[in-house]
Design a protein around this ligand. Structure first.
Ligand code: ADP
Ligand code: MG
Length: 245
């Protein structure tokens, strides 16, 4: 027993927590199956890798700040025009993410823009990418606070380092000129360095009015659209439909 505790202690000093946690079962299994030293070593190292992968996944999922869980499995594609199941299957190879391309979802409220963007974000986390989700209003609040509040600065830095940033609900509320400027700077920083998913109920033509600065809006759209896939969704609101059912 002393030997066992000594080994656990060594494993913990080496920060091999995955092996330390599973040592008991790993040893029992090796003894039972009479596997070779090499197979045993390979098995415990794999345990550590699995443990770390799982931990990273959980950390990335928590760090994404998804407001709710949404998955493709629950999405009824026949209710919406402008995106097909095979479109989303193609997106799941994540070449667009590797190439720092953006996805833009446009359409009226309740059509599934947020649902789709969360489902994509979720799969991206599972595939090992880092993702940040923010509603545009909160994102702007964070950008304003970043200089003076540690937690906001921390979040903004995470967004700057993330592989994918999902910016939800552009267009519901007008953005002040100064705020739009902060937002523009962020988009410029992310441009060609990472991917952005945008959801908006407003067409491009109406963005300038919402942002209060035409020149800046054009420059921002230029960056967002340069390497991008645009999905113009239409159909009936799922929210209203559900009420009628
Ligand atoms: P939007 O962001 O376009 O306003 P949401 O994605 O928030 O719409 O969708 C509103 C609600 O309806 C959510 O609960 C979402 O899960 C659901 N929903 C929307 N479209 C679909 C769909 N095609 N299939 C299944 N659920 C949907
Ligand atoms: Mg939405």
């Amino acid at each position: 027993m002393k030997k066992y505790q000594q080994i656990v202690h060594l494993l913990e000093s080496l920060k091999l927590k995955g092996i330390a946690d599973n040592l008991d079962s790993e040893i029992s299994e090796a003894e039972e199956k009479k596997i070779s030293y090499l197979s045993f070593l390979s098995s415990i190292l794999q345990t550590e890798i699995d443990y770390r992968t799982e931990r990273r996944l959980r950390r990335n999922l928590a760090g994404a700040h998804f407001p709710v869980e949404k998955h493709f499995e629950d999405f009824i594609f026949s209710r919406v025009q402008g995106i097909t199941k095979s479109d989303t299957t193609n997106l799941m190879d994540f070449t667009w993410l590797d190439n720092h391309e953006n996805l833009l979802f446009f359409g009226p409220p309740g059509i599934g823009k947020t649902h789709l963007s969360i489902a994509i974000g979720f799969k991206a986390v599972q595939a090992g990418y880092t993702v940040c989700f923010e509603r545009v209003n909160n994102l702007i609040k964070l950008l304003k606070m970043a200089e003076i509040q540690r937690s906001a600065g921390f979040r903004v830095n995470r967004i700057l380092r993330a592989d994918l940033t999902i910016i939800d609900e552009i267009g519901y509320t007008p953005i002040e000129r100064k705020e739009a400027n902060l937002f523009f700077n962020l988009i410029s920083e992310l441009y060609e360095k990472s991917s952005v998913i945008i959801t908006s109920n407003k067409k491009f033509e109406d963005w300038a009015e919402m942002m209060g600065d035409e020149v800046m809006t054009v420059a921002m759209l230029d960056r967002l659209l340069h390497h991008s896939k645009v999905f113009n969704l239409s159909g009936e609101s799922y929210r209203i439909n559900q009420k009628e059912d």
